[in-house]
Design a protein around this ligand. Sequence first.
Ligand code: IMO
Ligand code: MG
Length: 427
Amino acid sequence: MTVTAVIGAQWGDEGKGRIVDELAIESDVVVRFQGGGNAGHHVWVGDTQFTFHQVPAGILSPKAHCVIGNGVVIDPADLLTELRELQDRGVELSRVHISDRAHVIMPYHKLLDKLEERERDASGTGNLGTTTRGIGPAYVDKYARIGIRVADLLDVDQFRSRLAIVLSQKNKMLTQIYHSEPLSLEKIHGEYFAYGLELRKYVIDSQTYLQDQLREGKNILLEGAQGSLLDVDFGTYPYVTSSSTVAGNSYSGSGLPPRSINHVTGVFKTYITRVGSGPMPTELTDEIGEHLRIRGYEVGRTTGRQRRTGWFDGVAGKYAARLNGLDSAILMKLDVLDRLPTIKICTEYSYKGARLTTPPPTVEAQQLCEPIYEELPGWRCDTTKITNADELPAAAKTYIKRLEEIIETPISAVSVGPKRGQTIQMK
Ligand code: IMO
Ligand code: MG
């Protein structure tokens, strides 16, 4: 029996979907425990690409049951579309389960996400660059104790009375603060109750289900979304997402007990990317940044935005490794560096004359941090066909070893391409 968490160790888009897909073969259950449709986890099967936003990427394994846990915020219309598309592509949906306690993203959450971004733009402070999927406003309501949960959607009268209370509050906000049109109770109630009817067959008491699986000795995989530097507590606040993305939240977002976890693995790319606004000390705005973006196909799957790119940030990497207590790391996209003559790794930040080995707490300070780099020789050859760690070029081995030292974590596997099987197990 193993319980493994796969966590993004940078700013998201590290390749978690790809790793979950590979590990799901050995798993009985795969669980998403936070975030929602802001995630874009994609997997190649042969020449076919699958992108998952809410359904765990483990669904492509022939047997794994997939749970959308209590900690996730669910957009029912988008989820139904995702499920239909999967079914059309031959995926068996009886293995999908949705927590009755997960919160629901309502139309006002998506609207407020857009209006709040517009307001931030207009105020001159600049927007956060959210995915406008309603994630932040839905988590706000969860903690304000006015959220609608999946279980509420299933009872027509209970849903109506809860919605009436929260909608009158939201309509005041929409009309009086944002000078927008009010939303109709009848319309939302009808539409969302219908979604509840369609989703009902997937809804379970997920924490009891998972606890039973644990007792039966099953293998459970916890699929993180976003990345540790987007964590609401430890990320580059306020340029973060609205959930806790680190391993510590995989318990409360699923209902598994804290001591059940055996292994935490962190997913890193050989460089970093970021979508949306916020500090990124190693950002490259030159031709190397462009090279990484093109070679790494760095375009967001959820919003179609180009990702910002930069050298591997070892300060952020070590910070993420310690926050999650990583037992191992998986290094993605080694091949993207194949053509570079030299490769830089940021090992410290220089801030107002001092050297920092951990990120400072404020965005203002993070923006003043200058990366201090180590420069290593590149390997300048194609690594995409390599299947055995011994065959890696010497310079690539040195680079991987140096990253292990910096993040204080053994690298157990390295990916050299987007397809299943392009993962080298390290010794
Ligand atoms: P996966 O799971 C990369 C970013 C957004 C924005 C910030 C807040 O594919 O790695 P939100 O809509 O969550 O309120 O936006 O977080 N963001 C992601 N960036 N990968 C993701 O998910 C992300 N999910 C949210 O771009 O900067
Ligand atoms: Mg993504």
